[in-house]
Each structure stands twice: as C-alpha cells, then as structure tokens.
Design a protein around this ligand. Structure first.
Ligand SMILES: Nc1ncnc2c1ncn2[C@@H]1O[C@H](COP(=O)(O)OP(=O)(O)OP(=O)(O)O)[C@@H](O)[C@H]1O
Ligand SMILES: [Mg+2]
Length: 265
C-alpha cells in the first residue's frame, strides 16, 4: 500500500498510523493508515463488514485501538475519551443517525452545541442549518422521533454542524434513503465543506455519490486499505468501476471477479 500524501492542498488534519481494532477475537481493521487533509472531503469505500464503521468509531474514541496511533490537528488523540475528542473539534455522525427522539428538533440542535460558549455563533449556526434544511425549521418544535429517516439524517448532520467542528466523520449518510434525499444530503455535505471549510471524512457503500463528492478516497477490504488515490483517478479504475460503480463487463464476469479480488491496482 502506498502512503504517499495525496496531491491536494492543505496539511493533514487527521492521521491514522497502522491502526488495528478488534471485537474480542475478531480483528475488524488491520494496519490502517490514512490521512485527511484540511479542507478536503475524504472517503473510505468498502462493502458490508469491511470495517468502515470501526475506523470511525476508533477515531472518535468509542473503540480503543489495539495498535497504532491517531493524530488530530497534530495532537495524539489515540483512545481519548469521546467527549474530549468532541471538544477538540471532531464530531462523529454515527450510522443510523441516533437523534434524541423525545426532544424537539430545535433542542436536538442545541444539544449539538453543548460544548460551545459563543452564543452569537450558536444562533448564527442555527440559522445556517435551517437554511440548509428548511424542513427542520418547519419542524423545529416537533419531536425528532417523528421525522422521516431522511429528515433524521438531516438533523444528525445539522447537530454535528452545531458543534462547529474542524472535522466531521459521517457514517453512511445515504443508508436507507431515497435517491432524492441522498442527492440532497450529499449536496449539503459539499456545501458544508465549501462554505464552512469543514473537513469531512465520509464512509459509504454508495461509491458513486461518495466519489463524486470527495477529493481523496481509500478502498477498504476485510479491514485493510487496498487502494488510495484522488477520487478523479479512482473513478477511472476498472476495479472501482466493476465493484463499486456497477459497471461490470458482460461475459467474463465470473472469472474477472475472482481475479480482481486478488489484484487491486
Ligand atoms: N460489536 C461488534 N462485535 C463483534 N463484531 C463486530 C462488532 N461490530 C462490528 N463487528 C465486525 O467487525 C467487522 C467490521 O464491521 P464494521 O461495522 O466496521 O463494517 P462496515 O464496513 O461499517 O459495514 P457496513 O457497511 O455493513 O456498515 C465485521 O466483520 C463485523 O461483523
Ligand atoms: Mg458500517
């Protein structure tokens, strides 16, 4: 695996070196090294069980790694408490959203800002998320549990914005969403990055959306990074087209699949 820095602007804000995490005897990620450059959207692609969620949980302190180290803004945050990592400016939007169902939409958003003392900034960011997702403004006083799945995803991302983080970890924002909601969510993810300068690390099975939205990408298989490159270049690779973008060649599919499994390039 190459560890050359990606050819894009900005210094690394997040750096994983040889990280290994396990659930009891099951090694979920093995020797994962990756970097996310400040101002980028980076993505980790991988199929079910590849270890995507485990990477994010290890970064945000939910799981302590067995080996390796994690640096955020130049500081070693390996195995820090999750709350401390949030305070340092790194927020995780988990798989399955996890909004507070019995709190109103508005109060969910305020919960996102609990580490902040800049009231004016909080008010301004509340206006920003309502601008990004007007439906949340319409539903501000309603219990979050009554929102649709797509709306809850919007709320979960908005709650992350309310923390005014330097880096947002996004776990499968498109999971279970209609194409319309998926498109809308990805457009806002790109806007958060461009307008607010927030760096984003996104893990996805929806490779098409992720590769179009992101600057740099890693491919994860069975807990290992097997490929990395700019997303522009990843989109052109045959392996990616075949496995992740569904552009399989007719006829020789069975044999090619078997071969491709062994030889990423
Ligand atoms: N709590 C757990 N206990 C035991 N094994 C787990 C646990 N969570 C995940 N695993 C295992 O670790 C591996 C990586 O899982 P992980 O959830 O990180 O994959 P993923 O890439 O996020 O998959 P998906 O796309 O389905 O969300 C899998 O083999 C999974 O079965
Ligand atoms: Mg997952």
């Amino acid at each position: 695996m190459t560890t050359n820095p990606p050819p894009v602007n900005g210094l690394p804000v997040l750096k994983l070196s040889n990280v290994e995490s396990a659930y009891g005897p099951i090694k979920a990620i093995r020797g994962v090294s990756l970097q996310v450059r400040s101002g980028d959207i980076a993505t980790v692609l991988g199929s079910n069980g590849a270890g995507k969620t485990t990477i994010l949980k290890t970064i945000s302190g939910i799981i302590d790694p067995r080996k390796g180290s994690i640096e955020f803004k130049g500081a070693n945050i390996t195995a820090n408490e999750p709350a401390r990592i949030v305070q340092q400016g790194l927020v995780h939007v988990p798989e399955g959203r996890e909004v507070f169902p019995l709190l109103s939409v508005h109060d969910n958003l305020l919960m996102g800002a609990y580490t902040r003392s800049d009231r004016d900034g909080v008010v301004r960011d509340m206006e920003t998320v309502y601008r990004y997702f007007p439906i949340l403004k319409d539903r501000a006083d309603q219990d979050a549990g009554l929102l649709s799945g797509g709306q809850q995803q919007m709320l979960a991302i908005s709650r992350a914005i309310m923390a005014a983080p330097d880096l947002i970890l996004l776990d499968e924002p498109s999971l279970g969403l209609s194409p319309k909601f998926t498109k809308e969510i990805f457009e806002i993810v790109v806007r958060i990055n461009r307008e607010r300068g927030t760096t984003i690390l996104l893990v996805e099975q929806n490779a098409n959306m992720a590769l179009n939205a992101s600057d740099y990408g890693y491919v994860l298989e069975n807990g290992r990074i097997v490929m990395e490159d700019t997303c522009a270049r990843l989109r052109e690779k045959d392996d990616i087209k075949e496995f992740y973008l569904g552009m399989k060649e007719a006829g020789v599919r069975g044999e090619r699949r078997w071969k491709k499994k062994k030889t990423w390039r």
